[in-house]
Design a protein around this ligand. Structure first.
Ligand SMILES: NC(=O)c1ccc[n+]([C@@H]2O[C@H](COP(=O)([O-])OP(=O)(O)OC[C@H]3O[C@@H](n4cnc5c(N)ncnc54)[C@H](O)[C@@H]3O)[C@@H](O)[C@H]2O)c1
Length: 251
């Protein structure tokens, strides 16, 4: 294994690592040698079994990230069992679509709580440990909607804009303490989150026309970016949001 990308002996936590993009990111980190803890609602035993195939230690923890008051217990449970956390991937996220004029406040709060508040608090709680150990890699999931306003998704756009911004804020404070905080902005990826767009013939065509690579992204397209930002190869990269988008942003 090229040492630049070797994660042997590292412990990674991936939220929402039981399906979609998170599942592939977890597999990519395990393939590079990291032990992986998947934190999600209803982690299926198959997900953990698949990670074991890479010869690493893996565990699933059923946890609802809306329960921010239980975050300290979650961190303690992981540290107790694995001894440390080197890599945190804040992948879990949710989407709600309504015309903005009718966007329900409970849906606004729901999206902001999981996509922004939980991400910040997990950065803070795991980041504190990483600062103490003098090293760590945090990867937050941003979006094309960290850059654009989107359509009928004001809460999601606000939440992902916030993620990109506080990724820079944390990097400014923690870089000199050996902790890298960066983000990945996936483009349009074919996962369950986008079923509504994929099934809408007009929107699907509009989206594909704008992607220079002329295809939706696949979860496996994110593995390289995740391993890179989790590994020594990215030691001098701080506060950056890396687009993995088939060229969409540049168009
Ligand atoms: N799919 C895309 O095109 C796309 C594009 C840009 C960004 N993203 C972001 O990437 C991340 C993953 O997206 P995806 O497409 O794989 O979505 P997905 O809906 O397939 O998976 C989301 C994951 O988040 C977890 N999750 C949601 N709410 C949770 C909660 N309350 N507690 C614990 N876990 C919870 C789910 O269990 C699931 O594992 C999200 O942050 C999303 O916003 C996705």
């Amino acid at each position: 294994m090229n040492q630049l990308f070797d994660l042997t002996g590292k412990v990674a936590v991936v939220t929402g690592g039981n399906r979609g993009l998170g599942k592939d990111i977890a597999a990519g980190l395990a393939e590079s040698g990291a032990d992986v803890v998947v934190v999600a609602r209803n982690v299926k035993p198959e997900v953990v079994k698949e990670l074991h195939r890479y010869g690493v230690n893996a565990k699933g923890i059923n946890f609802d990230l809306q329960h921010t008051e239980q975050f300290d217990d979650l961190v303690s449970q992981i540290i107790e069992e694995f001894g440390k956390v080197d890599i945190l991937v804040n992948n879990a996220g949710v989407q709600k679509r309504h015309p903005s004029v009718d966007f329900p406040k409970e849906d606004w709060d729901f999206v902001m709580n999981i996509n922004t508040n939980a991400v910040f608090l997990l950065c803070q709680k795991f980041g504190r440990r990483m600062i103490q150990q003098g090293s760590g890699k945090i990867i937050n999931m941003a979006s094309m909607l960290s850059f654009h306003g989107g359509f009928t998704v004001p809460a999601y756009a606000a939440s992902k804009g916030a993620v990109m911004q506080f990724t820079k804020s944390l990097a400014n404070e923690w870089a000199e303490q050996g902790v890298n905080v960066n983000a990945i902005a996936p483009g349009y990826m074919a996962t369950e989150m986008n079923t509504a767009l994929i099934d809408d013939e007009t929107r699907n065509k509009e989206i594909l026309n704008r992607i220079p690579a002329k295809r939706w992204g696949e979860p496996k397209d994110l593995r390289g970016a995740a391993v890179f930002l989790a590994s020594p190869a990215s030691d001098y990269i701080h506060g950056f949001t890396l687009a993995v988008d088939g060229g969409y942003l540049g168009r």
